[in-house]
Design a protein around this ligand. Structure first.
Ligand code: IPE
Ligand code: IPE
Ligand code: MG
Length: 253
């Protein structure tokens, strides 16, 4: 078995006693993958996997909140996912409002702040409205930041940041030599969010698929073969345990 994979049978208790409370990752990013394969295994249409995957989001948000994660970024739709059949894309574009219609009261109650990264310009109005409403209504919450990457692409984000900087230089607000890593970060969609400490990808794929290319420079990666609809709070705790066993060196010794 690939050494990046671990068994997923770790039993966890409700209080997360297995975790080192002094080393909880502040930001976890997840590439939620494997909905289609989950459905196929069951002889169901792909969209059934997406519907089931939505339930996983509820569980994982709850557990992340429990553990004391401050930022949770979920890759929900990539700039490449438009290549899928229209019926599937249409279904995926309905999921944010379905999820938020159902979960917004609970998110409110738990002081969760909804955010989003990605290019909203291509989203259907009904999707954009549902997300904007959730962002607006939770903007004063101070708990877990739940950040949905929706029509998000890492390369698109980087190109947009370069365009912004180009315009600032063009207008004389900035000199090229003023551009530092920190100034560049400030032009990204994640300017108000720290870089992920931990990246999780489900379903056995070991690639980034254009996700947070700049921000993941020093993140710890954890891959599991569990398909997203089968992923649960216990798996999240296991990922954090594995994270806590790592020694982050950032190029030092
Ligand atoms: C992840 O599951 C959901 C999205 C990418 C929107 P997939 O739909 O990619 O599932 P697989 O990879 O085909 O199994
Ligand atoms: C990445 O998954 C995008 C999301 C999870 C939203 P994909 O299933 O689209 O990625 P590839 O096509 O396998 O690289
Ligand atoms: Mg996939």
């Amino acid at each position: 078995m690939d050494r990046f994979f671990f068994n997923t049978d770790v039993k966890t208790d409700k209080k997360n006693m297995l975790l080192d409370q002094d080393n909880i990752p502040s930001h976890i990013a997840i590439i939620m993958d494997g909905n289609g394969r989950w459905a196929k295994q069951k002889g169901l249409p792909r969209v059934a996997g997406h519907r089931e995957g939505m339930k996983t989001i509820t569980n994982v948000v709850e557990k992340a909140n429990d553990i004391g994660i401050q930022f949770l970024t979920l890759y929900a739709f990539s700039t490449e996912n438009w290549k899928r059949p229209k019926t599937e894309v249409d279904f995926l574009m309905k999921l944010p409002e379905r999820f938020l219609d159902k979960e917004l009261p609970a998110l409110q109650k738990n002081n969760v702040k909804v955010k989003t990264i990605g290019d909203p310009s291509l989203l259907p109005p009904h999707t954009k409205q549902a997300v904007d409403k959730a962002v607006r209504e939770t903007e004063n919450n101070s708990g877990l930041v739940l950040n949905f990457a929706l029509n998000y692409g890492g390369r698109h984000e980087l190109v947009e940041a370069v365009r912004k900087l180009g315009r600032e230089v063009e207008h004389g607000h900035l000199k090229p030599e003023d551009i530092t890593e920190s100034l560049f970060s400030d032009r990204l969609l994640t300017s108000e969010i720290p870089d992920p400490d931990l990246l999780i990808r489900t379903s056995g794929e070991i690639r980034l698929s254009n996700f947070m290319l700049w921000q993941l420079a020093y993140s710890e990666f954890w891959f599991t073969e569990v398909l997203w609809p089968d992923f649960n709070g216990g798996h999240l705790v296991e990922a954090v345990q594995r994270y806590q066993q790592r020694k982050r060196r950032y190029g030092g010794v």
